[in-house]
Write a protein that binds this ligand. Sequence first.
Ligand code: URP
Ligand code: ZN
Ligand code: ZN
Length: 466
Amino acid sequence: MFDLIIRRGTVITADSSYLADIAIKDSKIVAISETGILESAKRVIDANGKYVLPGIIDPHCHIHAGVNGIYDTLDFYTASRCAAFGGVTTMLDFSESKKGKSVMEAIKERHEEMKVSVVDYGIHAKFVEANDKIIEEIKDIVAYGCPTFKLFMTYRKSGVMIEDDDILKVMAEAKAQGAMPGFHCESNALVEYCTEKLCQEGNRAWSAFPLSRPNICELEAVNRIVAYAKFMDCPVYIFHLSTGEAKDAVYNAQKAGIKVTAETCPHYLTLTDEVYQTADGHLNMMSPPLRSEKDLNKLWEGLAEGTLTIIGSDNCTFTREIKEQNLEVNEDGSVIPDFTKVISGSCGVEERLALLISEGINKGRITWNQLVRMTSLNPAKTFGLYPQKGAIQVGFDADMVIVDPEKEVTLSDETLHYGIGYTIYQGITPKGWPVMTIRRGDILVEDGEFLGEKGSGQFLHRKLSK
Ligand code: URP
Ligand code: ZN
Ligand code: ZN
């Protein structure tokens, strides 16, 4: 007897869509057949009229991550609950590495913290420096199942930026050990120059924020990483790409045979820098900033043409109070705008799928099959989760999300589960909503009800394929 049968759903894979029944036993997909043939299961779910997608993988989440000693509100249980509501069955976060600290130690600490997660999880190793000891650790970090890294090319003043000579050392060892470094691409020199100039001019308004990190900051950093990747013959990943120019740079690099994989995020695909003109503009501050309509359209073009292959959320769950906590206030309690003091980052792990359906598929920019590639198959392949995760196929983990393509939900603090008092997507009503999330055969969310068990997520020991 099967544990579960999902009956009569339209199965969406990376390259086809078909009506089928899916049988699950002992956490795996054990049969996929034309409908009505598979019988006898402990539970049968009728997915008639619904779409069945592979569980969504979020390769870029920040949960309870420290920014200068300030932490966001959720832990790995509550954040993974939000993820599950959004159809996410796997999320990748980062080690909380610091200068003078062992990265391996930071990974082990993060692993402990993540054990309360409901969804499966993995860890990217963050490198903020590369002395001999740290470089020696890379072999053990890869053996521990963390073969993907993040290195920041900005945030020098917060001690997070890694120097270029250290970037090259990490690249050399990553290549030797079969790992892939990923980069936050913003030129620190340009960011610091532009920020200081705006401050000297007395312009600290929310609207100055995008001017402090203009498109050229990203383009310069992406070009530098592409040059390093070529010289070192080392595959690289670019996190949260936000501009049309950088998308074109990646396109040209890929055409020239340089191994660059690039991600963008739902906020760059949905919102524009016009929001920084509004009173609540600071709630939308993340790095890189939101860009122009032209950039937004170029990113969709990059996804459709296959230059950008992955969409990560870059989730950071900050309440308004946390975002504003370094700001000074007027006598009436209102904050005095100063973009240099706003805590950077915004949510996305829960609403990512619905936004991509409404902004991408419903507007004709991508297909359902492309969506599956960008949110499931490609992250699984890129981050060493394939063939365990990333597809609806016999033998794979039974990770699936059932989407009701007709269901409309207006995004708000009430309809999302972060509990932070606001959403940057206020009032947007996506059509197409995840109604059931299944992780290794267990139903985590059913019709808006959370059924997951705290700590039932598993650490994913990842290995990159050659
Ligand atoms: O502003 C952002 N994106 N915060 C999260 C950290 C990062 O750079 O990804
Ligand atoms: Zn980043
Ligand atoms: Zn991030």
